[in-house]
Design a protein around this ligand. Structure first.
Ligand SMILES: Cc1ncc(COP(=O)(O)O)c(C=O)c1O
Length: 370
């Protein structure tokens, strides 16, 4: 095996030497003008990286969930509610965030016989169900949906949902965290008002910094919402970051690394090139899964390009498969919740040398049939 362990989990993802070395640019006080320049560069680069020119970026030190929580609590006005698409762990998390913060939340879920979780988690939401839920709850102020449900590697139809939401006054909040830079999101055409992203998945930065990208309507909304949290109040980040600073001590070195990751991203051809790479990776590893007889859970047409959920082969417990693959240089990822005993995930996010993906089939074969 090559020296480096390849992470095939959905973040934190492997990073390049340049990105890791950027951590060593030095110590910097975030009240100095140099940090203001770094922040201004990131705020300009992030919308451009996701082809969302015109959106304004707010960075927060924290994991992706910090961006989700900031988006949810900053998008619903007093006395109004949020409609959440719930067809996976992260949709469920959006709901939990709203409720934990005292915001009335309605869930819209795919139809599933007897509430079967597997069906619910592998069925993209029908935009007509969103339309019906909006009609049933006229007080909805924001609609939140996860684009790429990392739970199963399933894509929700955000463009169609965007068209439905555009017929109302609600703002559209998209959790684009596991698709940031790597999935074909066309966010510019979706009408997304608040987009949540993170440094360490498709952008190949390090974990510790997340962000929201806001349209003009999104900016208006966050200024019109009561402060429900001290740390995650988007309006105070907006005020501070427009003046070149941040309200709390930022993860300066992680910001350096994100800056370097974005340089690499643009040098390599930006969004179009990164999403093409992920499509090619998906095609490569999935042809190997097919030869090995490994069945993919999500139907074609609803699959992401970065996460593949596979049925565990008969008589191969997950832990054994995990350990055998780790000996061969690959870290795979378990299924979540009810899916953990029957399925596993292989994620092709981050800096992964192509030849290591080519060798994955052999390593998997040896691990399944020793
Ligand atoms: C779709 C999605 N949303 C949110 C998150 C939460 O991110 P974090 O674990 O960085 O808080 C994840 C993490 O994998 C995710 O995949």
């Amino acid at each position: 095996m090559d020296d480096e362990l390849i992470l095939l989990n959905p973040g934190p993802a492997c990073t390049s030497r340049r990105v890791k070395d950027a951590m060593l640019r030095g110590d910097l006080c975030h009240r100095e003008p140099e940090f203001g320049e770094l922040l201004a560069g990131l705020r300009a680069d992030l919308p451009r990286a996701l082809e969302l020119d015109g959106h304004e970026a707010l960075l927060v030190t924290g994991s992706g969930t910090a961006a989700m929580e900031m988006a949810v609590i900053s998008s619903v006005r007093e006395g109004r509610s949020i409609l959440v698409v719930d067809n996976g762990v992260y949709g469920d998390r959006l709901l939990k965030i709203a409720r934990a913060n005292g915001i009335t939340a309605h869930a819209v879920r795919p139809e599933a016989p007897d509430g079967d979780e597997l069906t619910r988690w592998t069925t993209p939401i029908d935009p007509e169900a969103v339309r019906a839920a909006l009609a049933a709850h006229p007080d909805v102020d924001a609609v939140a949906v996860v684009h790429h449900e990392t739970t199963t590697g399933m894509i929700n139809p955000i463009r169609e949902i965007g068209a439905v939401v555009a017929e109302s006054d609600a703002v559209l909040v998209i959790d684009a965290i596991s698709g940031t830079g790597n999935e074909d999101q066309s966010l510019g055409e979706v009408g997304a008002d608040i987009v949540c992203g993170t440094a360490n998945k498709g952008l190949h930065g390090l974990p510790g910094v997340a962000f929201i990208l806001c349209s003009d309507k999104g900016i208006e909304r966050i200024q019109d919402v009561p402060a429900r949290s001290l740390y995650l109040n988007a309006a105070s980040y907006l005020k501070g970051q427009r003046d070149g600073n941040v309200p709390f001590t930022p993860a300066v070195q992680v910001c350096y690394s994100l800056d370097e990751a974005l340089r690499e991203y643009f040098e390599a051809g930006g969004f179009q090139a990164r999403t093409k790479l992920y499509r090619e990776r998906a095609a490569l590893v999935r042809s190997g899964f097919e030869r090995l007889g490994l069945e993919i859970l999500v139907r074609p047409g609803a699959r992401s390009n970065s996460v593949t959920m596979l049925h565990l082969p008969d008589a191969v417990p997950y832990d054994r498969l995990h350990d055998r693959l780790k000996e061969r240089g690959y870290v795979i990822y378990a299924g979540q919740g009810a899916l953990s005993s029957r399925f596993f995930r292989i994620c092709t996010m981050g800096e992964i040398p192509w030849h290591r993906l080519e060798r994955l089939e052999e390593a998997l074969g040896e691990s399944i049939h020793p």
